[in-house]
Write a protein that binds this ligand. Structure first.
Ligand SMILES: *Cc1c(COP(=O)(O)O)cnc(C)c1O
Length: 363
């Protein structure tokens, strides 16, 4: 099958240098970390990775988690609790939502990208601590949050911002440093109000996650995040693989420009097919290209048509996405060739041609 559904945006997940680094890491450190990080699981390899990540994203300090889900469900309750207020974009990833629920702070859910609604919610409350949580690149739509505006609101209303850059890290910004860099908000221009979280199982091709920010905030998280403290640390061999991966991301401008060309090729190709189908391609410049089909049944039949043509794009349906917006979440990768993308465009053209109005694909 030709897959357009992996988050391996740079094609690093099976890179020989990562395999070698993991193998050497296993020889040096064994397989398991043997304990939680504050007891005995925090190896030299994990510590090196944390410093390397901090330097790479140009923020003072980082904390390395074994998974992104664990990071978010732990970080949010470590920052706010009962009596505090949380402001959450309606399309945030499930683990931010679960972290918000666990925190017991009052949750204000604002419509996707609606900064006026967010501003009104921030102005209305009298909570002692305020935290805005947002995906940086939205995982099912591929659009990028207006981070500069979110940070301005944080300044005005004395709030913190937790940004989840699972889909921007490695892909966006100067040398793949991520969405803060994309907006020129890292390094000297980094706000002390931002906590930048990114996962390492997507563009970085391994697994795990990290959160980066000011020294006091990261120290606070290290001391209080339950999903960090009460869980076995990630195996050092993964940190070794990740160190190699960050090195490749840093020198990966060619991979990123190849990826960008494939994204443009797909969008240009689909623009010719879409008229008359009732499908719509979301406004996205990132590797996530959502082809919104509408009903669940229609999305499944498009997926089925592609499967029969050797192409793998799962249909994403509610509750993962809002009712009536079932879609093919096309995920592009630097590992795709021009011919691969042509294959997908041609297959979608054939499928669109063969679908009948009865299953509700056409308006
Ligand atoms: C994948 C993802 C996560 C979860 O990360 P894992 O490392 O897979 O647990 C968190 N947030 C977003 C936006 C994601 O896409």
């Amino acid at each position: 099958m030709l897959a357009f559904c992996s988050n391996d945006y740079l094609g690093l997940a099976s890179h020989p240098m990562l395999v070698r680094a993991a193998t050497e890491g296993a020889r040096q450190f064994g397989i398991g970390s043997g304990g939680s990080p504050l007891v005995s699981g925090h190896s030299e390899a994990n510590g090196n990775l944390q410093r390397q990540l901090a330097e790479f994203v140009q923020l003072p300090r980082t904390l390395y988690f074994y998974a992104g889900y664990a990071a978010n469900i732990g970080i949010v309750p470590a920052l706010v609790g009962a009596g505090d207020a949380l402001f959450s974009d309606s399309l945030n990833h499930a683990c931010l939502i679960d972290g918000a629920r666990l925190s017991r702070a009052k949750i204000h859910r604002y419509p996707h990208g609606d900064l006026q609604a967010l501003e009104a919610a921030l102005a209305s409350g009298d909570a002692k601590r305020k935290l805005i949580i947002s995906d940086a690149v939205f995982s099912m739509d591929g659009d990028i949050a207006d981070v500069p505006a979110l940070l301005q609101l944080c300044e005005r209303f004395d709030a913190l911002l937790l940004l989840d850059d699972a889909h921007g890290f490695g892909v966006l910004g100067e040398q793949g440093r991520g969405t803060l860099s994309h907006f020129g908000l890292s390094g000297l221009r980094a706000s002390p109000r931002v906590l930048y979280m990114a996962t390492l199982g997507k563009a970085a091709g391994v697994c795990g996650a990290f959160v980066a920010g000011s020294d006091p905030l990261i120290e606070w998280l290290l001391q209080t995040t339950r999903s960090y403290i009460f869980a076995t640390a990630a195996p050092p061999l993964l940190a070794c693989a990740l160190s190699a991966s960050i090195g490749l991301i840093e020198v990966g401008n060619e991979l990123r420009s190849h990826l960008q060309q494939r994204i443009e090729q797909l969008r240009t190709g689909l623009a010719e097919i879409l008229p008359g189908t009732g499908w719509s391609l979301g406004e996205s410049s990132t590797a996530i290209q959502p082809l919104v089909v509408g009903s669940n049944e229609a999305a499944l039949s498009v997926m089925d048509g592609l499967t029969r043509r050797g192409i793998w794009v799962p249909a994403i349906r509610p509750p993962t996405v809002p009712e009536g917006t079932a879609r093919l979440r096309i995920a592009m990768s630097a590992a795709h060739t021009e011919a691969d993308v042509d294959n997908l465009i041609n297959a979608l053209g054939e499928v669109a041609h063969h679908l009948t109005p009865e299953i509700g694909v056409f308006p």
